[in-house]
Design a binder for this molecule. Structure first.
Ligand code: ADP
Ligand code: MG
Length: 730
């Protein structure tokens, strides 16, 4: 038995985790968070009121008040067993980062007490000089600061032997440039709020003070046994399999999607749920996905900044809890070739401070007119800035998924459904005369809410689909921080709300309001026609049709990222104070660098796997074949063994084939290493381009021959866990 087969045996005997005592979720939801109600219990009314005024109207609190909150937060955390605190932030490289400090300070010789001050709560200075800044921070002024984000509650992370108080923060350079993903996200919410409040005012909603984006990200993932993971350098170092022959059965029967969830996996889901609920993450749905051993968690939607924090936390919980069940949670967008990858459908909408969803069709003609105007503003945003949306989801991992057979292509289009399409068509055709309340009713608009919910056609192939009362952006990758996509959506929608509001204001000087609105909308509907597509986005015809319409289809990450630094986009982000020019350039640079580094790691890993595992395995098997053949020929000659000429020929052919596969794998691997050497000193733009155009095909080529070898080499000689094992042994 080889090592792979030994592992298979251990998995079969894995005991299931014991069932703990069940608790009602409502009895412990948010227990590990210093939420607003918890804070209220621990601080004076005056300070609490000041805190709420800060949240709602942006009036800063005093240092004394911050001190009081810090003291309360510390007491709460220490009472629960926390010994350390950390400023928790989201650097541009996508993970979350922490630097832990103890609460202790000296209180006399050899004696310590737990302390925590307002200034430490508000501002931290992590030794974070090694986080990439894209040139924003030169090394001689390497300081970066974290600053408390009071809109997201502090929380306690538990590990077996201790607890840490985590304070959500932004991360900025000495000169105030955003070095993270949270600050631009917060800025984009402000920009959206301003534009949306002005927009609503025009429609007669004068009392709205604030509008914010709401999000519910649907998180897909794979689980595999921990031992398989450890045996695969590629999964360990890159999160995806670089070689691996397809399993004869994978997702053809869709029996995973419709089947019941296996007990080991359900146990895992229970525990993820419990950990999430303690942190106030409102997990709602859990189910199997299409590919074998693929699953999904979806929360109830929240204000987008909170949703983003919660999604980052959830991903960490998912990974941590998987290990407790002797499994590994794979968040990569394409861990296995040939079957579905994982995305993170981002459900997005806007809400006013009275919790009215701006994308909810209303009950009166006036409400519906406003709803249609908001909807058309989103259309304009996607039409005008599709390339920015594409850039917001550009990554090496997602590059494997977009445009593969299970995910929307890199072409950004919008799906609205039959009913809305009909309504927009009617508006587009326009009416010459004055438009009355009845006319709006006659558009069918007033009846929208009744039919809307259950009539919404589920076009699962559209990258940007209207699903009843929200849009669903389906191009986000499973491992990505949703903040970047939200930041872009918020900004481009803010811009479109402003644009449409200004046009209506102009038009209404000569027409009545309803007529003015419908005339402006008709214009925008006409101009954005090309972005709307109701058919199958996965089809070849759509690719052709999209090209005809002039829609960009950018499969390459590095090319897609260029949209971030297009002059008109820099101007847009500067106008809305979401990103400065420097901040955009830094992001472009960092994300390009990440792409390059990831591909280099993949190439080096593949080379090692070929040289240290696949080829030696193949040599063993080749030796076996050669020996066998030799013995048969010997027997034929010495003992007159009777053989069909053809059967001897067949064995020779097999040996030649194996030898040829070994040759190609080795030859292409050498070519790959030589390619890396040759391109080493290229400028980053050019290097990334060459990696996409040349390196990836070489890697695919190596894989093709390695996978052929896997198909013929005896099971006994193959060390790498196979697809069928990783995906079906549960
Ligand atoms: P689906 O049919 O796409 O699964 P669901 O109703 O289950 O639709 O919702 C999917 C996700 O969308 C959930 O996370 C849900 O909370 C979220 N969602 C629902 N309404 C909104 C909204 N107004 N804004 C943002 N997300 C929303
Ligand atoms: Mg969905």
């Amino acid at each position: 038995m080889n090592i792979r087969q030994e592992i298979l045996k251990t998995i079969e005997t894995r005991p299931l985790a014991d069932v703990k005592k069940f608790r009602k979720v409502s009895s412990y939801f948010g227990d590990n968070t210093f939420s607003v109600p918890t804070m209220k219990k621990h601080i004076s009314k005056k300070t609490f009121d000041a805190f709420m005024a800060w949240m709602e109207e942006g009036r800063q609190i005093t240092l004394a008040q911050a001190n009081e909150i810090a003291e309360a937060m510390k007491t709460w955390a220490v009472d629960r067993g926390a010994t350390y605190y950390t400023h928790w932030f989201q650097p541009m490289t996508g993970m979350t980062a922490e630097k832990h400090d103890s609460f202790i300070s000296f209180a006399g010789i050899g004696r310590v007490i737990e302390t925590f001050s307002g200034s430490k709560l508000i501002k931290g200075e992590p030794d974070a000089s090694s986080f990439p800044s894209g040139g924003i921070r030169t090394t001689f002024e390497a300081r970066g600061y974290t600053a408390w984000d009071p809109t997201s509650p502090a929380f306690i992370i538990e590990s077996k032997l201790g607890k840490t108080l985590c304070i959500p923060t932004i991360f900025v350079s000495y000169h105030g440039y955003a070095l993270d993903k949270k600050l631009p996200h917060l800025r984009s919410i402000e920009a959206l709020s301003k534009s949306a409040v002005a927009f609503l005012k025009l429609f007669g909603n004068k009392n709205v003070k604030k509008v914010f984006s709401t999000c519910g990200p649907e998180q897909e993932y794979f689980l595999i046994d921990k031992n398989f993971y450890r045996m695969r350098q590629d999964l360990l170092l890159t999160g995806r399999t670089l070689v691996g022959a397809s399993s004869p059965k994978d997702q053809q029967m869709e029996d995973q999607y419709f089947g019941s969830i296996k007990e080991r996996v359900v146990n895992y889901m229970y525990e993820v749920g419990e950990e999430a609920y303690k942190l106030g993450i409102p997990l709602m749905t859990r189910h199997n996905e299409v590919a074998p051993h693929q699953y999904e968690f979806a929360p109830i939607f929240e204000e987008s900044n909170l949703a983003a924090d919660h999604n980052q936390l959830l991903m960490e919980i998912m990974k941590k809890v998987a290990l407790r069940h002797d499994m590994v949670c794979l968040l990569h967008e394409k861990p296995f070739a040939g079957i579905n990858g994982s995305g993170k459908h981002l459900n997005w909408s806007m809400s006013d401070d009275k919790c009215n969803n701006l994308l909810n069709p209303g009950k009166t003609p006036e409400d519906n007119l406003q709803f249609l105007a908001v909807l058309v503003a989103v259309l304009r945003a996607v039409n005008q800035y599709g390339d920015l949306l594409r850039a917001s989801v550009a990554s090496a991992g997602n590059e494997h998924r977009l445009g593969a057979n299970e995910a929307p292509p890199a072409i950004i289009s919008v799906f609205l459904g039959e009913q809305l399409t009909a309504i927009l068509d009617t508006i587009e055709k326009g009416k010459k005369t004055k438009i009355s309340r009845e006319d709006i009713m006659n558009l069918g608009v007033a009846r929208l809410p009744v039919v809307n919910k259950d009539m919404t056609d589920r076009n699962r192939t559209s990258p940007f689909a209207f699903t009843g009362n929200k849009f669903e952006f389906r191009a986000v990758g499973s491992s990505q921080n949703i903040s970047t996509a939200i930041t872009v959506i918020n900004t481009i929608v803010a811009d479109s709300l402003d644009d449409i509001r200004q046009k209506i204001e102009e038009a209404k000087t000569s027409k009545d309001f309803n007529t003015a609105v419908l005339l402006v909308l008709a214009d925008v509907i006409r101009q954005t026609r090309k972005i709307r597509f109701e058919g199958n986005n996965y089809s070849e015809e759509w690719k052709k049709e999209a090209a005809k319409r002039g829609l960009p289809n950018e499969p390459s990450t590095s090319e897609a990222l260029k949209a971030l630094v297009k002059e008109e986009h820099i101007k847009l982000f500067e106008k809305y104070k979401v990103f400065s020019r420097e901040e955009l350039k830094a992001r472009y640079k960092i994300w390009l660098e990440m792409y390059i580094k990831l591909l280099e790691i993949e190439a080096m890993t593949l080379s090692e796997m070929v040289n240290a595992s696949i080829v030696p395995n193949a040599f063993d098997y080749q030796g076996l074949l050669a020996q066998n053949l030799q013995q048969i020929v010997n027997l034929k000659n010495s003992a007159g063994l009777k053989l069909l000429d053809e059967s001897l020929e067949d064995q020779k052919v097999h040996l030649s084939e194996v030898t040829e596969m070994i040759f190609y794998v080795r030859k292409n691997t050498r070519a790959m290493m030589q390619f890396l050497e040759e391109t080493r000193d290229l400028e980053e733009d050019e290097k990334a381009r060459r990696y996409f155009v040349d390196l990836k095909p070489i890697m695919e080529h190596i894989r093709k021959h390695a996978d052929l070898l896997e198909g013929v080499i005896s099971d006994e000689h193959w060390d790498l866990p196979k697809y069928r094992e990783m995906l079906f042994v549960k």
